[in-house]
Every structure is written in C-alpha cells, then in structure tokens.
Design a protein around this ligand. Structure first.
Ligand SMILES: *[C@@H]1O[C@H](CO)[C@@H](O)[C@H](O)[C@H]1NC(C)=O
Ligand SMILES: *[C@@H]1O[C@H](CO)[C@@H](O)[C@H](O)[C@H]1NC(C)=O
Ligand SMILES: *[C@@H]1O[C@H](CO)[C@@H](O)[C@H](O)[C@H]1NC(C)=O
Length: 202
C-alpha cells in the first residue's frame, strides 16, 4: 500500500487594476474612437512606414519529441508586441484610462505563421468561436499593443539519430509573415523563456 497525495492548485491571474472610478460611457467613448479606423489597413499614418512585431515565446512544457519524424510538441505562450498609430489617446479625456482591450476581430492584427508547423501552420490555436470572440488585444494610451496566444504546437526539427541515444537536438521555431504588401518586420527582443517547464524525460 503506497501513500500518495495529489494536490491540485488553482492559480488565478488577475488583470490590470483600475484606480479610482471608471464610468461605462468613458470606456464606451474610448472604444468608439479606437475602432473608428479600418482594421484591414496597416496601422501607419504613412503607409510606407514599417511595422515591427516583437515576439516573446514562453515554453511552458515539452510534451514530446519524436526522434524519427523530428516532431517537437510543446505548450507555449506567444506574446506579440507592436505599435498601432491609430490606437493612441489622451487619458485625461477618457477618465484617466491608461489601458484597454479590443476584441481581435475588431482591430488590426498581424498575419503570422509557423513556418515549420507540422499539422498546422497557424499560431492561432482557437478551438471554438467563443475563444475567438473573447480574445483581445491590450492597448496602452501610446498605441503599444500586446496580444497573447496560448496553445499546443507541433513543429518539425531536423533530427540526427546517428548517435542515439546520446544525441542532442536543436530545434528552430520559425515564424514568418505572409503579408507581402505591408512591410512587417519581426524581432525577438526577449527571445525564448523556458518557463516552469516540467523537464521531459527525454
Ligand atoms: C469617426 O471618424 C469620422 C471620420 O473621420 C468622424 O467624422 C466621426 O466623428 C468619427 N466618429 C467617432 C465616434 O469618433
Ligand atoms: C512616408 O515615408 C517615406 C519613407 O519614410 C517618406 O519618403 C515619405 O516622404 C513619407 N510620406 C509622407 C507623406 O510623409
Ligand atoms: C511602448 O513601447 C516602447 C517601445 O517598445 C517603449 O519604449 C514604451 O515604454 C512602451 N510604452 C508603455 C506605456 O509601455
């Protein structure tokens, strides 16, 4: 008879705190003003200006690595940062609101793909409409936008099994933009964060 104990914790991540009072109509007015531009046009006043997307990848757990096919399966969070020149406001005019969220379907979003994705090249891992409808981009008053996508991803890595089992694998997670016209550049200032990952046995 063994003694084992399973502890399940619930961790709650709460969001931005709002100081003072915030009136519904102030938020509504701000949202009206921020969604008063086309979401289909690159958010640059001068359309020849580039837009840079900064990517932070946080790997939460490595689920599997298939030596033969070279497929790495992991759960991760992708955080994307960019600046939207039309999503700026004077917070004194809107009751001191310094940050707000807009639904992804109502605002400009970068088009990015996983170049070496295995079953899908999409970085969007939504499984139902409700997840899409409730997904949002967070903006601060200077137009800085951030968007978080969490999910399970499968990428193809080149595998060299000649020295198995004492081999080492390098895996590249490659992102690309297929938006040829909008001059999107990609950077990764913070790179990859290997988070509270339960180290995979392999
Ligand atoms: C939206 O933009 C148009 C054209 O610039 C302007 O006339 C209208 O007042 C704006 N509406 C709001 C709610 O800001
Ligand atoms: C837009 O930006 C380009 C490149 O930075 C510049 O050559 C051009 O003069 C700008 N156009 C306007 C209308 O400011
Ligand atoms: C917006 O982004 C710029 C460039 O990354 C940064 O310097 C600035 O501090 C950001 N603003 C806020 C409010 O975080």
């Amino acid at each position: 008879m063994g003694f084992s104990r399973l502890t399940i914790c619930l961790i709650l991540f709460t969001n931005l705190t709002v100081h003072g009072t915030l009136i519904y109509t102030e938020v509504e007015n701000l949202h009206k003003a921020l969604t008063n531009t086309s979401k289909d046009i690159k958010p640059r006043i001068n359309q020849t200006d580039q837009i840079n997307i900064d990517v932070l990848l946080s790997v939460n757990a490595i689920q599997d690595y298939d030596e033969i096919s070279g497929t790495l399966t992991f759960t991760a969070s992708f955080l994307f940062f960019w600046n939207d020149e039309f999503k700026t406001w004077d917070n004194n005019k809107y009751g001191g609101i310094t940050a707000t969220k807009l639904p992804v379907l109502k605002t400009w979003m970068p088009v990015l793909f996983l170049r070496n994705g295995v079953y899908s090249n999409s970085i969007f891992t939504y499984t139902n409409n409700m997840e899409i409808e409730t997904s949002a981009v967070t903006y601060s008053a200077d137009g800085n936008a951030s968007f978080l996508m969490v999910g399970m991803y499968h990428v193809s890595c080149k595998s060299d099994v000649t020295s198995y089992p004492f081999d080492e694998h390098k895996c590249v997670i490659s992102l690309l933009t297929l938006d040829m016209l909008t001059e999107i550049t990609l950077t990764s200032t913070f790179g990859i964060y290997i988070g509270a990952a339960s180290p995979h046995a392999e």
